[in-house]
Design a protein around this ligand. Structure first.
Ligand SMILES: Nc1ncnc2c1ncn2[C@@H]1O[C@H](COP(=O)(O)OP(=O)(O)OP(=O)(O)O)[C@@H](O)[C@H]1O
Ligand SMILES: [Mg+2]
Length: 251
């Protein structure tokens, strides 16, 4: 479904993503992990058209999409969440999601947008009443709103950026289960970016690891979490989480 070849992003003289290639199969959940600043969000920004790659190709459903603007990429079926949720505070929860549906689906039909919002909110477990305010949402609620907005655009491929940041352990488990449910029930393929490895390893089919903008490992969770290169990168910063992930993946 997605074929990425030789992707590069330079910011001035700094290379944030260096010659990264990977593929995503229809129906899979691919985990994308790596330490802070390793280039995860930058890859999402190129896939979603926030900015063009410095080099490389991105083929989605057989056509080249590298460098297309965000609205064209959304219309082709790639939806994303943002690491830092910034909903429109003056709109209700429902309006935020319906707005995403209205522009994202490209049909510009209010009825379809409302219908998409209703379904997306139900999927993530947020209220579907038209009055509920964004101000009542905590960290977990805002993450759900991000997911609902992305789902309402009707994606075939969902790019979920750090859905677990700021959540406690129970909320993390719920969020992980929700991503799996989105894949299982809506048939949406997912790339999930996280740096909390443990929960991610339980849900993803495959995982790819970045360090300093380069791909250092890729494969099944059990193999990747015991890959010496991965353990080394996570040692010190996240050794405990890495071991927990390895144990989790072996179960
Ligand atoms: N628009 C930008 N302009 C300049 N540098 C940028 C820009 N966006 C990202 N970078 C730099 O590129 C590198 C990769 O950043 P990126 O946001 O992709 O990391 P990340 O893997 O998502 O990290 P985190 O886990 O902290 O979210 C960082 O050094 C960052 O400072
Ligand atoms: Mg990031």
């Amino acid at each position: 479904m997605l074929v990425v070849n030789g992707l590069v992003k330079r910011f001035g003289g700094f290379t944030a993503v260096n010659n990264v290639s990977f593929e995503v199969e229809q129906g899979e959940i691919l985990g994308l992990i790596g330490p802070n600043g390793s280039g995860k969000s930058t890859i999402f920004n190129m896939l979603s058209g926030t900015f063009p790659p410095s080099a490389g190709t991105i083929t989605f459903d057989g056509s080249e999409i590298a460098g297309l603007p965000p609205h064209k990429i959304i219309n082709r079926g790639i939806g994303r969440t943002f690491q830092i949720p910034r909903p429109f505070r003056r709109l209700t929860i429902f309006e935020n999601v319906a707005l995403a549906g209205y522009y994202g689906q490209g049909s510009h039909s209010l009825a379809k947008a409302n219908d998409a919002a209703e379904k997306a909110l139900t999927m993530v477990g947020l209220p579907t009443d038209r009055q509920a305010s964004v101000d009542g949402l905590g960290a977990a609620g805002l993450k759900k709103l991000e997911l609902a907005k992305a789902i309402a655009t009707g994606p075939k491929l969902l790019l979920a950026d750090e859905s677990l940041g700021g959540l406690d352990e129970t909320e993390m488990d719920q969020a992980a289960d929700m991503l799996r449910k989105i894949r299982d029930e809506l048939g949406i393929t997912i790339i999930w970016v996280e740096h909390i490895m443990g929960v991610l390893m339980r849900v993803v089919d495959r995982v790819m690891v970045l360090d300093h903008g380069e791909k250092i490992s890729e494969g099944l969770p059990s193999a990747v979490s015991s890959d010496p290169r991965v353990v080394e990168v996570y040692l010190g910063t996240d050794a405990h989480a890495t071991q927990a992930a390895a144990a989790e993946a072996r179960r």
